[in-house]
Structures are given as C-alpha cells and as structure tokens.
Design a protein around this ligand. Structure first.
Ligand SMILES: Nc1ncnc2c1ncn2[C@@H]1O[C@H](COP(=O)(O)OP(=O)(O)OP(=O)(O)O)[C@@H](O)[C@H]1O
Length: 342
C-alpha cells in the first residue's frame, strides 16, 4: 500500500478535529475525502502532508514518516486558491516545482502545460489568468516533479459551478493520464464521484465509510451518511431476491442479503406514473423541465417528481413509482435523527 494512515488524530486545544482515522491509498489510486464543512478533511490532509502535528501514524510504502519534513515527503500539494507566485510567469511557476528538485527542464514545463490544456501559456503572467487557468497552473506545478502522492485540498471550490464541472472532468483525465496517486479533499459529491476510485466519507472528525463511489452512493453506512449524500426521506423495507418492497412500492436494489432494510430516498426517487402507489398531491412547484410535488400517501407525505405534461395539481390523485437510481439501501434500524417534515 502506498499511503497508510493509522489511528491518526489531530487536536486544536479541546477540539478533536480528526480522531482515530485509518486510510489507505494504493499506488495509482485516487481517494476522495468527502464530508461537510468543518468535519476535518483539510486537517487530515495537512497531517498527511506533514503540515500539522498529529498522533498516530502516516507511512509510505511501510516507512513511518514521523519526523520527515514536508519538503522531504515527495508529496505535491494543490490548494483551493492555487497559491501561485504572482511575480513569476506561468512557466516560472511550473518550473519552481522542478527547481526544488534541482532540475530545470523547459521540455518538462511545456509537457505539463500541455497536459493541463495550457499549451503556449508559458510567458503569460499568472495575475492575468482566470481562476480556472490558475488552478491548472497550480496542478501543472505540483505534477512537474512527479510527486509520489498528490494532495489536493478543494482544488476546484473557488471556481463557479459550470467551470468546476468541466475542470473536474479535466482533472480526472490528468490524474488518470499521469497514473497519479492522489488524496483529494472535497465537500462536493459530484466532484468526489467524478475524480475518485474510492471515497472516504468523514463526519465530525471521523471516517464513517470508505468504498467505491457506487458502493457509498448506493449503500450508505447509516442514516446521517445517507442524508449527507442527498437522501431526504427514509422508509422501512424488506428485500427478497434483490427487490426491496416498502409502503411506497417495490424497486430493484444492490443488496445481497434478504431481510429488513431501510431505503433512503433522494430527489427523484419517486416519480408520478401511470401505475403504482396512490396518493394525493398536497403541494407542487414548477421547475424548468419537471414538476416537484409533495404527495400524501397513507400516513406519509413524500416528495416526488412529475413530468411537465403530467397532470399533478394540488388535490389530484396520482400514482407514484420508485426509481432505482434515486434509492439508497441502508441497514435496518431506526433513524439516528428525526426526519425534517414540511
Ligand atoms: N488552526 C486551527 N486552529 C483551531 N481550530 C482549527 C484549525 N484548523 C481547523 N480547525 C478546526 O478544526 C475543525 C476541522 O477543520 P477542517 O478545516 O479540517 O475542516 P474541513 O472539513 O476541511 O472543512 P472545510 O470544508 O470548511 O474546509 C473545524 O472545526 C475547524 O474550525
């Protein structure tokens, strides 16, 4: 295993920012640390970098890195705001990473700029670049010396939404193309799922779940994790032969054991359809290409989505059907937090 973190803890006075964190990142793997603001993601990343005093162990290929200073760990760092040198041009910034290793190679600089889609930008002043271009330069600078681990702390979060989505795709391509081993901190689900081979979900300083994006998305470990991953409502169900049945109908699920489960429902988990479980529309709001409705089904009031052409006015009787893509499966058990109800 390339990076191994065991029992890592970081405290600021009385605040345990990270507690008992275990993580591994394999050679060539991209692991995303995902969690809400303040859960300790950046602190964990900084401790791996050697920027934060920590208890526990960080090791590389079995070698304990305690006492190895930041610049001797062979890790590349990219932060939210790039932290470029304003007095150097683009090439000068990328070259800086190489100078630290006593190398100077205009070819390597050009290769890195080409990799991040900035061919011919070498002589440009970094202060004249857009935010997205600056982050590309920061990435090129970090990659230039071929770090054994790339640590990315919210590399795209200073950018606007559309640019972020584009750059996340580009970043995923660059990480794959270079075979980089990387730890990426983000609070954005889409970014984590675009970039990562595996995702580690953090909450309140602890790692709650680690798995492939699909496993984490489809089978959150508990209700609070599911809520963080977009599930707004929960319902008891029974699985038999890969089909979950609940008061809202049945749906195919990725769950091998037959028996009781809870289903987490994301926006779009329930659709107004020709057939299904009946209910009465109690609220509706028109979106650009869909209608969101709230429907009373027996004792429950649930959110659902209707097509713009569907009849779904307040007071209408409608049928709801479950859509597998919007459903997550959790172990059975009561909610660890009450559901917010309208
Ligand atoms: N230098 C510091 N001194 C004291 N408390 C700190 C320090 N750095 C972080 N913290 C606290 O530690 C906790 C974890 O912070 P951290 O920045 O790791 O969270 P995060 O998950 O990365 O959040 P965000 O996504 O908002 O950056 C927070 O409560 C934060 O206020």
């Amino acid at each position: 295993m390339a990076l191994t973190v065991s029992g890592l803890g970081v405290s600021y006075g009385d605040l345990a920012a990270v507690s008992d964190a275990d993580l591994t990142v394999a050679d060539g793997e991209v692991l995303a640390l995902l969690g809400p603001s303040g859960c300790g993601k950046s602190t964990l990343l900084r401790a791996v970098a050697g920027l934060e005093p920590a208890t526990g162990q960080v090791s590389w290929d079995g070698q304990d890195l305690a006492g190895v200073p930041v610049h001797r760990r062979g890790f590349g760092l990219v932060f939210q705001d790039g932290q470029l040198f304003p007095h150097r041009d683009v090439a000068g910034n990328v070259e800086f990473g190489l100078r630290m290793r006593r190398e100077r190679s205009p070819e390597r600089v050009a290769e890195m700029l080409s990799l991040v889609g900035l061919d011919g930008y070498g002589a440009r002043r970094v202060t004249e670049l857009s935010g997205g271009e600056q982050q590309r330069v920061a990435l090129a600078r970090a990659l230039a010396p071929s770090p054994r681990l790339l640590l990315l702390d919210e590399p795209l979060s200073a950018l606007d939404r559309a640019l972020r989505e584009q750059l996340a795709v580009d970043l995923a391509r660059v990480l794959r193309a270079t075979g980089a081993t990387a730890l990426v901190v983000t609070h954005d689900h889409d970014e984590a799922f675009t970039l990562a081979d595996r995702v580690a979900v953090m909450r309140e300083g602890r790692i709650r779940q680690v798995g492939t994006p699909d496993a984490v998305w489809q089978r959150p470990v508990d209700e609070r994790t599911a809520r963080f991953l977009g599930c707004g409502e929960f319902v008891d169900a029974t699985v038999s032969g890969g089909v979950a049945r609940c008061a809202l109908g049945s749906v195919t699920v990725e769950w091998e054991r037959d028996g009781d489960v809870r289903l987490g429902l994301r926006a779009g988990a329930l659709r107004v359809a020709r057939e299904g479980v009946g209910g009465t529309v109690v609220w509706r709001v028109r979106g650009r290409d869909h209608v969101r409705v709230r429907v009373r089904v027996a004792e429950m009031v649930v959110d659902a989505v209707a097509g713009v052409g569907d009849v779904a006015e307040v007071g209408d009787e409608v049928c709801l059907t479950l859509v597998a893509d919007g459903v997550a499966v959790l172990p059975p058990g009561r909610a660890d937090q009450p559901s917010p109800r309208p």
